[in-house]
Design a protein. Structure first.
Length: 468
């Protein structure tokens, strides 16, 4: 019995997926893959095969659709001619590069509705609302998914949320094209700083294999921890750790890019007592207030640092606090805030056009006037999205594309729907709606193919002017 069990387990988990692709006949491939093995393979790889289950476009049309997306954004970049990655292009900045530090804070479960500037006047985020007045507020930013790893994926890879689980949890996700790699090749120290244990959700492996140095709660001494729960240390302790790491990088003479991930605004909503006027563990509103306080306290402490004036702070949610709605992709459940704050370098402004998390990496690099070879699917929000506002979002199986008041929904079995984004009414799949559907298909088909083929891996030398 033990021998038979071992054979079955090894067969189900170790057999390469390519073995079933012994013929070009799709029916034969599906027969070879059917049954319990296909179930275990899907469980093992955490992905859904896009080309098998979703609507597709011919290869030539796919490349043209994607390039047309960037042309609509008034981009005139030079494409490299990489057939495996049709959007690979040279970004040439209009001016000298700015060697500023960047701190990207991804905030756990921060729905747009929590901020006075974007929702009801609930008074939950006084510090963030003040930062919104003093910095650049993005009023129509959308999360790509409903889980933290989806937000991390978009903020690191600028990749549409392909079906199944995030790339962060999939095998063969090393040496990919990330914003951390771009900064590393520019001579920066790229860090991923997390208040929990890095092995959770495969984050330590992913970030450590893609250009970042990972720092987690194990780097904190017990005396430096005011509170901790199953998700990690309290946000104020995470920010203490962050300040320590950034001070060390500054002392070493290196600019830094730090992605800091908070956790306190998560069930069971516990945090140090006495910080805000809501007792710990009583609900989400108290946790939101505490996270807001912790971010404000972090910036107050950072102001005394010699690196503060030369640092850009980007604050964005990883996803919303809730994801359920009347439709598969309820837009209000993907609406998140984003603020860019740097008193010496960023003028107060409101950005009111649509964008999504995949647009954050190219926007950060554009703020610094960086020239590089890009494989990002995102756009620079400040210049591109004004001409070509669009957002991409997904739950586990339904993937979407929002543009021109229409929401494209792509589902398994090749199903395609185009909805009026305001009313939810389904539109006939013809004319402008058909074109919008093809654009959505192009994003996801190309992104899935790029990861599967290895085309998302680093393309070699990316930069023309590294930090010295």
């Amino acid at each position: 019995m033990a021998a038979y069990t071992a054979i079955a387990v090894l067969s189900a988990t170790l057999m390469p997926a390519k073995w079933k692709e012994f013929t070009d006949d799709m029916s034969s491939q599906q027969l070879a893959g059917n049954g319990i093995w296909e179930f275990f393979h899907a469980f093992n790889t955490n992905e859904i095969d896009y080309e098998r289950f979703y609507a597709t476009l011919p290869e030539l049309q796919l490349a043209e659709e994607l390039r047309e997306e960037f042309r609509e954004a008034h981009r005139h970049d030079e494409y490299t001619g990489n057939e495996a990655m049709p959007i690979e292009r040279r970004i040439v900045a209009p001016g000298p590069e700015k060697w500023l530090n960047v701190v990207l804070i991804s905030v756990e479960s921060l729905s747009a509705e929590y901020m006075n500037h974007l929702g009801p006047q609930r008074g939950l985020t006084p510090r963030l609302d003040r930062l919104a007045d003093e910095g650049m507020l993005f009023t129509r930013m959308y999360a790509t998914g409903t889980r933290t790893v989806r937000g991390l994926e978009a903020l690191a890879l600028s990749l549409p949320p392909t079906p199944g689980h995030s790339v962060i949890k999939r095998p063969n996700n090393e040496n990919l094209f990330t914003i951390g790699e771009v900064f590393s090749e520019k001579g920066y120290e790229s860090l991923f700083i997390y208040g929990g244990y890095g092995y959770f959700d495969n984050m330590e492996h992913f970030f450590g294999s893609n250009g970042y140095r990972v720092v987690d709660r194990t780097a904190l001494a017990s005396k430096d921890i005011h509170y901790e729960n199953i998700w990690g240390v309290a946000d104020e302790d995470l920010f203490t750790l962050t300040l320590r790491e950034l001070d060390a990088e500054h002392s070493a003479g290196k600019p830094f890019f730090a992605h800091v991930m908070t956790t306190s605004n998560h069930r069971p909503y516990t945090y140090p007592a006495g910080r805000v006027d809501v007792p710990p563990g009583t609900g989400a509103e108290g946790a939101v207030k505490y996270t807001d306080w912790a971010i404000g306290d972090f910036l107050d402490r950072a102001r005394s640092k010699p690196w503060f004036d030369d640092t850009i702070f980007v604050i964005v949610a990883d996803h919303c606090a809730a994801s359920r709605g009347k439709t598969d992709l309820p837009l209000e459940r993907f609406h998140i805030p984003m603020i860019i704050y740097s008193p010496k370098h960023v003028q107060p402004k409101k950005i009111d056009w649509i964008a999504s998390q995949i647009d954050v990496p190219p926007t950060i690099l554009a703020l610094l006037n960086f020239s590089y070879v890009s494989r990002f699917f995102g756009q620079d929000i400040l210049t591109d999205n004004e001409h070509h506002p669009r957002a991409l979002m997904a739950n586990y199986q339904t993937i979407g594309h929002l543009e021109d008041g229409m929401l494209v929904e792509l589902r398994p079995q090749g199903r395609v729907r185009v909805l009026d984004a305001a009313t939810g009414r389904e539109l006939p799949l013809k004319g402008e709606a058909r074109q919008m559907a093809d654009e959505g298909i192009a994003y996801y088909q190309a992104a899935s193919a790029a990861f599967k083929s290895g085309a998302l891996r680093m393309p070699g030398k990316l930069v023309t002017q590294p930090f010295n």
